[in-house]
Design a protein around this ligand. Structure first.
Ligand code: ADP
Length: 445
């Protein structure tokens, strides 16, 4: 600034001196006037350029387009231009930082497994993430600034939004909901800022399904245990109150033993299932010989057949020798034995049961149980591995079934990366197979 005043002063002095030299006092005044006018004219030119530059900066919204204009300024105007440019740069940087933070924040909201909708004071959609568009069926662009209650037309939701009481969740059917496949959403609004709202939606279909399954399971277990327990307590009461003769007493005790055995089998199966669900997947370095598994199954099948059938079943065991399966022996035996004993239990007297182990051309190992029993109608096939699902309830009970056998088989197969396959035609027998991947099968040298 001092330099500028110095320059003006030098200019005035030069003008005055030149004027004085040329025309004495009149020349001095004229020289001063010309010097002042020249200074003002030069300043006006620079001011004009500066304002033009500011206009360009303003209209471009960026400094990048204006670098060539700045050098045309000089002196204090150049200095002012540089300073303005610096301030604008700083503001731009702050704006970019703020924008980057906002983008990151929105990306985090976008990644959320929960649906997020931001509403303005009139309940119009300001922003929503992809999950919310899936949940409610919004179009993220088209539906911006639409009233949410125009898009989610569930009466319960409308009442919830109008109530201004957001202490609870509201349940809403998701946009993908279909008659046979409901999708249930739990939606919660949170008021914030200036009457704005944050709406969070969660898909609770799986949670509700799991809860329903848990309730069914508890009800089934209670029912399964209550039945033998009621019979047992009835017999105990009879034994305590009635003077029974010895043969009668023995008959009652035998029936009691049968019921307690039934409860024991049920508890054992339940424990097996919970162990299967709670333990880590079996590794591929514990090898179980197939020969031993099949021999054990054969023994068990023969014993059960003798117990259930008068003529006995035709049991045919055919296994390629010397193979091993990578997996837990107890689990594999439980699965194989369930399939074999089911075949014995459901196939009528003198029926045929084929049990085989073979290694397929692609290296996979297949355990197959085929029987000539009653077969299973197609509508039951998809549900057979559900816990406590039975086609023939009375046959299952008579033969000591718990309704958990195939659920155990399915779990064991899954844990060994194997596939359980059920094929059956009503009246023409059934075949159950477990196919192990080649990586879990090997031949002993
Ligand atoms: P359960 O203990 O009742 O046998 P499972 O889970 O082992 O229970 O089997 C479920 C149902 O599948 C059985 O109740 C039975 O109706 C049917 N089932 C299983 N194996 C056979 C089979 N080999 N032949 C006909 N029906 C079968």
């Amino acid at each position: 600034m001092i330099y500028r005043w110095f320059l003006v002063f030098v200019c005035l002095c030069a003008g005055a001196s030149l004027g004085f030299l040329l025309a004495a006092t009149d020349g001095l005044i004229a020289g001063l006037f010309i010097a002042v006018t020249t200074c003002l004219a030069l300043d006006s030119i620079h001011l004009g350029r500066f304002l033009r530059w500011l206009r360009v900066v303003q209209s471009n919204d960026a400094l990048a387009a204006t670098p060539d204009l700045l050098p045309s300024l000089q002196g204090v105007w150049l200095d002012a231009g540089e300073r303005v440019r610096k301030i604008i740069r700083q503001q731009e940087r702050k704006l970019q930082d703020a924008q980057a933070r906002l983008d990151e924040f929105l990306a985090a909201m976008q990644a959320s497994p929960v649906g997020v909708v931001l509403l303005d004071a009139q309940d119009r959609i300001e922003w929503c993430n992809d999950m919310a568009t899936q949940h409610f069926g919004f179009d993220a662009r088209r539906d911006l600034l639409q009233h949410i209650t125009n898009l989610v037309r569930v009466p319960g939701f409308k009442a919830y939004m109008a109530s201004n009481d957001y202490s609870q969740d509201v349940l809403v059917a998701g946009s993908a909901s279909q008659p046979g496949r409901p999708v249930n959403l739990s939606v919660h609004a949170y008021a914030y800022g200036n009457e704005r709202k944050l709406l969070l939606s969660r898909d609770i279909t799986a949670v509700e399904l799991a809860e329903a399954m848990r309730r069914d399971f508890v009800a089934n277990v209670s029912h399964e245990i209550r039945t033998p327990l009621t019979v047992l307590s009835g017999f105990i009461e009879t034994l305590q109150t009635l003077p029974l003769d010895e043969p009668e007493r023995e008959r009652y005790l035998a029936l009691m033993a049968q019921q307690s055995q039934r409860m024991q089998t049920l508890v054992n199966d339940l424990l097996t299932l919970s162990k299967l669900e709670g333990s880590p997947q079996p590794g591929a370095n514990e090898w179980t010989p197939c020969d031993a598994l099949l021999a054990q199954c054969e023994q068990e099948a023969k014993a059960l057949s003798r117990l259930l059938a008068t003529q006995g079943h035709q049991l045919l065991f055919a296994a390629e020798k010397g193979w091993q399966i990578a997996g837990v022996q107890a689990e594999l035996f439980s699965a194989f034995s369930n399939l074999v004993t089911n075949a014995v239990r459901y196939t009528p007297d003198a029926g045929q049961i084929h049990v085989s182990w073979q290694v397929l051309a692609d290296g996979r190992g297949k355990f197959l149980v085929k029987d000539s029993g009653p077969g299973i109608a197609p509508e039951h096939l998809p549900r057979l591995t559900e816990r406590f699902y039975r086609v023939d309830r009375s046959r299952s009970r008579e033969t000591g079934g718990t309704g958990l056998g195939l659920a155990i088989v399915k779990h064991v197969a899954q844990r060994h990366n194997a596939e359980l396959n059920i094929e059956s035609v009503s009246g023409q027998g059934s075949s159950f197979s477990i196919t192990f991947p080649a990586a879990r099968v090997r031949k002993i040298l």
